[in-house]
Design a protein around this ligand. Structure first.
Ligand code: PEP
Ligand code: MG
Length: 324
């Protein structure tokens, strides 16, 4: 089976009836922008900038960040690279910037931190913009958005960075900007968000934990943590319909995208791209190549009628076995 999957990797991620589902990778530290990988993906759907920050001894300066970002952007050019601004807090702490809270996942996290420290965000945005000079493949993504004012504030800083760099002699075009849909409140603010940004990226890891009120790292409640919970599936379907109505691309970059059955459901819902860890690419591609879009849509319709996570899993396993 391994060999068969490997062989299929040179083929496009297209269904039997010709529907193309763009697959992207999530990156952090390693820049595996090999020609082989590049020929098989549509770009980087999520570059988690906090990952390189975790192994430095202090906040990397603008020059150092610029080097890191340039490596990503250049490595994958001309493919798009979606760079997410620092998403620390929650379970991701920097040794040189400790955050001690009783409920870190409900606390000072992601954009909440960087908007309270605009000097940190400004350095990061300037470094991203400078790194993108001449490449034109930078997309900026804001994490942990809860209110649209946060987007307005972040965009103001982005525009200020562009003006600053212009005054310093680097004329930079404003990159496309997106927000993470991972706090349930954003599900109900898609219209307001669409007025402000160019694309949506669903973080199913956090959306699952926040929608189900289950800590994503607590083993005691891990049996309740399920991205295929009917409530999640309902939310995801609504999100993709809203994005379509608002004429904005919507991708998903949580673990669900790397699950073959999950990927088929997301494709059927109309997600415009799926971003996953590189090792998941072969199995997801193989699943997509085995079905028609209509098959996936039928599966989705069957799944949406079920009441419990257990029923969803049972039915998905049955259909996936049939499609082996
Ligand atoms: C997510 O929440 O699904 C996501 C992709 O971001 P992270 O896992 O880095 O929180
Ligand atoms: Mg997240």
């Amino acid at each position: 089976l391994g060999e068969l999957l490997e062989h299929e990797q040179d083929r496009p991620s297209t269904t039997q009836d010709g529907h193309e589902m763009p697959l992207m990778v999530n990156t952090g530290l390693a820049v595996d922008a090999s020609a082989l990988l590049k020929s098989r993906i549509a770009g980087v759907g999520l570059y988690r900038t906090e990952v390189p920050f975790m192994i430095t001894e202090r906040f990397p300066g603008e020059k150092e960040q610029m080097r890191m970002y340039r490596e990503q952007l250049e490595g994958f050019a001309p493919l798009p690279v979606v760079m997410r601004t620092l998403d620390i807090g929650g379970d991701k702490d920097l040794p040189y910037f400790p955050i001690e809270e009783a409920n870190p996942f409900l606390g000072w996290r992601g954009m909440r931190v960087t908007l309270d420290h605009p000097e940190v965000l400004m350095v990061q945005l300037r470094a991203m913009l400078k790194a993108s000079l001449g490449l034109d493949n930078l997309y900026v993504l804001f994490p942990m958005i809860t209110n649209v004012e946060e987007v307005d504030e972040a965009l103001k800083l982005l525009d200020r960075a562009i003006v600053e760099l212009g005054e310093e002699g680097s004329a930079i075009k404003r990159p496309k900007v997106g927000v993470m849909i991972e706090v349930p409140a954003t599900i109900y603010q898609m219209d307001a968000l669409a007025k402000r940004v160019d694309f949506f990226s669903v973080g199913s890891n956090d959306l699952t934990q926040y929608l189900l009120a289950v800590d994503r790292n607590n083993p005691r409640v891990s049996s309740l943590y399920d991205a295929l919970h009917p409530a999640l599936l309902g939310a995801l379907q609504e999100l993709s319909q809203d994005a379509k109505r608002l004429n904005k691309p919507i991708s998903l970059c949580g673990e669900l995208a790397g699950d073959p059955a999950g990927a088929l459901l997301l494709m059927a819902m109309g997600f415009t791209a799926l971003s996953m860890n590189a090792p998941s690419l072969p199995k997801v591609r193989a699943a997509i190549r085995r079905v028609t879009l209509h098959d996936a849509q039928t599966l989705l319709a069957e799944i949406m009628r079920l009441d419990t996570p257990a029923q969803v899993h049972k039915h998905l396993n049955k259909r996936m076995d049939e499609w082996q």
